[in-house]
Design a protein around this ligand. Structure first.
Ligand SMILES: N[C@@H](CCC[C@H](N)C(=O)O)C(=O)O
Length: 282
C-alpha cells in the first residue's frame, strides 16, 4: 500500500490517498492504524489520516490516533491533508472544504514548494458548553473557565475546557513547562471520570500577551511535539481568562503555531511538510 509520511510542526502522520483510504476504511481502520503508527513494528506516527470522497465538501478527512481510536478533528493533520490533496492533484484549488467529524473545516494554502507549504486554516467556532466538551459536574453552566478541579490526589487550580470539535482540558500554570513531569500526571487527566470521552490535556504557561508556551498530552497518543486543535483551544482559553490578546504564538516542542481568535472563528497558520513516501505491505 502506498503511503505518505508528513508532519505539521513535528506532529506526524501516515497519510493515504483516496484509493488506499477506501480500502482501509472497509478493512478495520482501528487495527490498521495501530499497526501503521507503531514506531517499532510499523511506519511510526502519531496518527493515520484517510482522504475520502465527500458528499458535503471537496473531500472528507478521517483521523485515527496511534492507539486506533478515531478523533473528530486534527489541526496539524488537516494542513498536511490540504498539501497532499493539492500536490497529488486530488483537488485543483488552494482553498478547500474538508468534511470532518467536527464539521466542515477550511484550510487554505498560502505558499508551497515540493516539501513544505504554509497553510492557514479556518478551524471553526470553539464550543464551551460542558455537555459539548464533554465534561461532567458542570451541568446547567455555560462554560468551564478558570475552575479548580481535583483528580485523584492532584488539584489543578486553573482549568479551562474547550471543544474544537474534540475535547481539550487547558491547565494554566506558572511552572517551568519544559521540565514539567507530563507523563506522570497527564494520563490521570486524560482518563479521569470528569471526561466521559477522555480528553486532550494542555499544560500552558503564559509568556506575554501574545506568546504562550505549551506542552500537549494527546488523547489516544501521549505527548506529541505539537497539537493544532490543542493550540487553538489554548489560545481561546487564554483570551477568555484575560491573559492574552486574540493573536498569539503558541510555542510547542515542535515549533510555533500562530493562532488568531477575535470573536467567532479560530484561524491557525503554520507549515505542513512531506517527509517521505513509501510502500508497505499490510
Ligand atoms: N494532533 C491533533 C489532534 C489529534 C486528535 C486528538 N489526539 C484527539 O483524540 O482528539 C491536532 O493537531 O489537532
Amino acid at each position: 500500500m502506498k503511503f505518505y509520511k508528513m508532519h505539521g510542526t513535528g506532529n506526524d502522520f501516515v497519510m493515504l490517498l483516496p484509493e488506499e483510504s477506501k480500502y482501509v476504511e472497509s478493512n478495520n481502520p482501528l487495527e490498521i492504524s495501530k499497526k501503521l503508527c507503531d514506531r517499532h513494528f510499523g511506519i511510526g506516527s502519531d496518527g493515520l489520516i484517510l482522504m475520502l470522497p465527500s458528499e458535503k465538501a471537496d473531500l472528507k478527512m478521517r483521523i485515527f490516533n496511534a492507539d486506533g481510536s478515531e478523533a473528530e478533528m486534527c489541526g496539524n493533520g488537516i494542513r498536511c491533508f490540504a498539501k497532499l490533496a493539492k500536490d497529488m492533484n486530488i483537488v485543483n484549488k488552494d482553498k478547500i472544504e474538508v468534511e470532518t467529524l467536527a464539521g466542515i473545516i477550511v484550510p487554505e494554502i498560502i505558499r508551497s514548494d515540493d516539501k513544505n507549504s504554509l497553510i492557514r486554516v479556518n478551524m471553526g467556532t470553539p464550543n464551551l458548553k460542558p455537555e459539548s466538551i464533554p465534561i461532567l459536574g458542570f451541568e446547567g453552566k455555560d462554560s468551564v473557565i478558570n475552575q479548580r478541579i481535583q483528580i485523584n490526589d492532584k488539584t489543578f487550580l486553573n482549568v479551562t475546557c474547550v471543544s474544537m470539535g474534540n475535547p481539550h482540558c487547558v491547565i494554566f500554570m506558572d511552572y517551568d513547562i519544559k521540565n514539567f513531569p507530563i507523563e506522570g500526571i497527564a494520563p490521570e487527566v486524560e482518563h479521569s471520570a470528569w471526561f466521559p470521552k477522555k480528553t486532550n490535556v494542555e499544560f500552558a504557561r503564559v509568556i506575554s500577551k501574545s506568546d504562550i508556551e505549551l506542552r500537549v498530552w494527546e488523547r489516544g497518543v501521549g505527548e506529541t511535539l505539537a497539537c493544532g486543535t490543542g493550540a487553538c483551544a489554548t489560545a481561546v482559553a487564554a483570551k477568555l481568562n484575560g491573559f492574552t490578546n486574540g493573536n498569539v504564538n503558541i510555542h510547542l516542542p515542535g515549533g510555533i503555531l500562530h493562532i488568531e481568535y477575535e470573536t467567532n472563528n479560530v484561524f491557525m497558520t503554520a507549515t505542513a511538510t512531506l517527509v517521505f513516501e513509501g510502500i508497505i505491505e499490510i
